[in-house]
Ligand binder design. Structure first.
Ligand code: GLU
Length: 454
């Protein structure tokens, strides 16, 4: 083994030893570290400064108690997290996830991914992530508000427009950001708009932020398809999930002439061979906070709800699938699902969610020559537009939808070309995983070197 490969493997051993039981974090760290031996080979200065080991260790991890009172007057308790991972390039930046599955290891995997994703945008943002095991599903607005107020009562002392700027993720959308900002503003008696992103455009948010993650993923996939002279025009597409990322991925696919024939939620998936009715889906998910089962009922017999199997099985239906966009959650697409995609003639997979493909799925995608865009590149449009929101807040300005969406498109085109060119430079053309990991890492590593041992 070369010295570089030995250092990479020693760093991974340290990650395992220091973070026992945090399987998702181990998975995310391994995926990045596996790409880095050729980089540290070329840059021994990274090894001398222990950049690999330092980049895997969060600068700060905060865990706190979040008590709140439900509508029946009972005291409830959740756990809150904020992992301030790396601030070499700018204030910590990354979303908050509210979901019952959230553990420290979940937030660490997401925060670690965020470092490289944010670096790929080319904008001055560091990496962080937070959240709670609180489940907003089935809670009243008043309960969500009381939870958010309690969560922010602790979090506010750790964040700030120049320090750490949270936003949304699974379970945290415009409603939650509103309640969180309200409490932050009240505690500090300051209207510090830039402390959170994903705000409503009615009070300091950016136009196009809601659409940005889904739009960006599809723009990235379009760029990737173009390298094989293919496009979304006339394509059958499977999208998993039915939340914010999925909805705006569907919208962009439709704008590009494709047909999304399936979506999912935790209860199953919908097969809608004529193409998803997006207005109906938005009404049910964004306004009524309903389920895809309601969509099927109101679609009048044109769509089918399936509660066994997985959304990727749709690839085996007549017509197959050209593009798959996993937009739900981590490890939702495995090796068996890739076999379905291969059987359906799939050309490209782009991750709208964070780490939705298992490592075995990614290996098989690479072997089978299906184009594969990892989330840290393909879904960077959300956080990039958050950085544009920070710019607008700092200059007390608001941009038009068109201007913001144009900037987003340009950023995604740049992220794509960086990944593609870096993969080529390192002798692995078409390997977007390698390209994204190396390009993101080098930007952060160079900043860390310049800032000294901190
Ligand atoms: N949660 C999103 C992500 O995974 C967005 C974070 C942000 O806007 O800060 O990148």
């Amino acid at each position: 083994m070369s010295t570089a490969a030995q250092s990479v493997s020693a760093t991974y051993d340290t990650v395992l030893r220091r973070n026992p039981g945090e399987l998702e974090f181990h998975q995310a760290a391994k995926e990045v570290l596996d790409s880095l031996a050729p980089v540290v080979e070329r840059h021994p200065e990274y090894l001398d400064a222990a950049i690999l080991e330092r980049i895997c260790e969060p600068e700060r991890q905060i865990i706190f108690r979040v008590p709140w009172v439900d509508d029946a007057g009972r005291v409830q308790l959740n756990r809150g997290f904020r992992v301030q991972y790396n601030s070499a390039l700018g204030p910590y930046k990354g979303g908050l996830r509210f979901h019952p599955s959230v553990r420290l290891g979940t937030i660490k995997f997401l925060g670690f991914e965020q470092i490289f994703k944010n670096a790929l945008t080319g904008l001055p943002i560091g990496g962080g992530k937070g959240g709670s095991d609180f489940d907003p599903k089935g809670k009243s607005d008043a309960e969500v508000m009381r939870f958010c107020q309690s969560f922010m009562t602790e979090l506010h002392r750790h964040i700030g427009a120049e320090t750490d700027v949270p936003a949304g993720d699974i379970g945290v959308g415009g409603r939650e950001i509103g309640y969180l900002f309200g409490q932050y503003k009240r505690l500090g008696n300051r209207y510090e708009s830039g402390v959170l992103t994903g705000k409503s455009p009615a009070w300091g948010g950016s136009l196009a932020r809601t659409e940005a993650t889904g739009y960006g993923t599809v723009i990235f996939a379009r760029e990737m398809l173009a390298t094989r002279n293919a496009s979304f025009d006339g394509a059958r597409v499977i999208v998993s999930g039915s939340g914010n990322v999925a909805i705006y991925a569907i919208e962009k696919v439709q704008q590009f002439g494709g047909t999304v024939v399936a979506v999912s939620d935790s209860s199953g998936y919908v097969y809608d061979p004529d193409g998803i009715d997006l207005d109906l889906l938005k009404q049910i998910k964004e306004i009524e906070r309903g389920r895809i089962a309601d969509y099927v009922v109101r679609r009048g017999g044109r769509a089918e709800l399936r509660t066994t199997g997985k959304v990727w099985d749709v690839a085996r239906e007549p017509g197959g699938v050209k593009v798959a966009l996993p937009c739900a959650t981590q490890n939702e697409l495995d090796e068996a699902d890739v076999r379905s995609l291969i059987a359906g003639g799939c050309l490209a997979v782009a991750e709208g969610a964070n780490m939705p493909c298992t490592p075995a799925a990614v290996n098989l995608l690479h072997e089978s020559d299906i184009l594969f865009a990892p989330g840290k590149a393909a879904n960077a449009g959300g956080v990039a537009t958050s950085a544009l929101e920070m710019q607008q807040n700092a200059s007390r300005d608001t941009w038009t939808f068109e201007h913001t969406a144009d900037r987003l498109e340009q950023i995604m085109i740049n992220v794509h070309s960086q990944c593609k060119e870096t993969a080529e430079e390192y002798g692995a053309p078409g390997n977007y995983v390698l390209g994204a990991n190396i390009a993101g890492f080098v930007r952060v590593a160079d900043a860390m070197l310049a800032l000294g041992v901190i």
